[in-house]
Design a protein around this ligand. Structure first.
Ligand code: C5P
Length: 219
């Protein structure tokens, strides 16, 4: 592989888990650490791409030579991605986006009482599905964290969201998925399923970008 084989390509990556505020001190979140997305952004930049990283809060250091856009909620991520999407060659959605947000964001801290509390949640936009609707020539890549029927569920998402590649991982597997430094994935396209062994997230990023590059070249 050439050193700068992604030169002149614009790649947007999303990473981290969105946070959906309930009140000034609480939010609904998930276990995503952002490691996978940050590795993809950093590897893409090393290979010469012009990279934008739209990131939900993480504890990770910003990768070198990457433009960073910080967001908190799914709606903010949606706005940021939609503003940039038109100029991108590739969009890789590694973020764990909350499907629902609290209907009300209280301006004061919610007080406890002796009774139970019921939260009302409303749907967030599915950013990847919205991108699929305005796909054009872009290469769109999604992730699918599944706990059952891995391949079938991932393939269904590929088709339903109108995307090119989906990186499926079994979140119940050992040393894979959230927080881990390694990941075991299957890269699924319309006509191919490539099962990779357990690899470092950096190596998974490399393999994924190789695949993306094949698409860019029309192979
Ligand atoms: O449907 P599901 O959430 O499993 O799909 C996962 C893929 O869709 C990931 O790439 C994720 O970033 C993206 N997604 C999104 N907006 C949502 C939910 C998921 O972009 N509201």
């Amino acid at each position: 592989r050439l050193e700068e084989d992604l030169a002149d390509k614009k790649i947007l990556v999303t990473a981290g888990g969105t946070q959906e505020p309930l009140d000034p001190v609480r939010y609904i979140g998930n276990y995503s650490t952002g490691k996978m997305g940050y590795k993809i952004a950093s590897e893409a930049a090393k290979r010469g791409a012009e990279v934008t990283l739209v990131t939900a809060p993480t504890s990770l250091d910003a990768p070198q030579n990457v433009e960073i856009i910080k967001v908190q909620t799914a709606q903010e991520m949606y706005q940021a991605v939609m503003k940039e999407e038109d100029s991108q060659d590739v969009i890789i959605k590694a973020a764990a986006v909350a499907d629902y947000r609290p209907e009300v964001r209280e301006s004061n801290k919610i007080k406890k009482s002796d009774s139970n509390l019921t939260l009302k949640l409303e749907r967030n936009p599915d950013i990847l599905a919205e991108l699929g609707k305005v796909k054009g020539d872009k290469v769109l890549v999604g992730f699918a964290a599944e706990s059952e029927k891995l391949k079938a569920n991932a393939k269904e998402k590929l088709i339903k969201k109108n995307i090119d590649l989906i990186v499926a991982n079994d979140i119940t597997a050992k040393d894979a998925g959230f927080a881990s430094d390694t990941n075991q994935v299957i890269i699924i396209s319309e006509d191919e399923e490539v099962e990779l062994p357990n690899l470092s997230k950096r190596e998974v990023a490399t393999r994924l970008l190789d695949k993306v590059n094949q698409y860019l070249k029309g192979e």
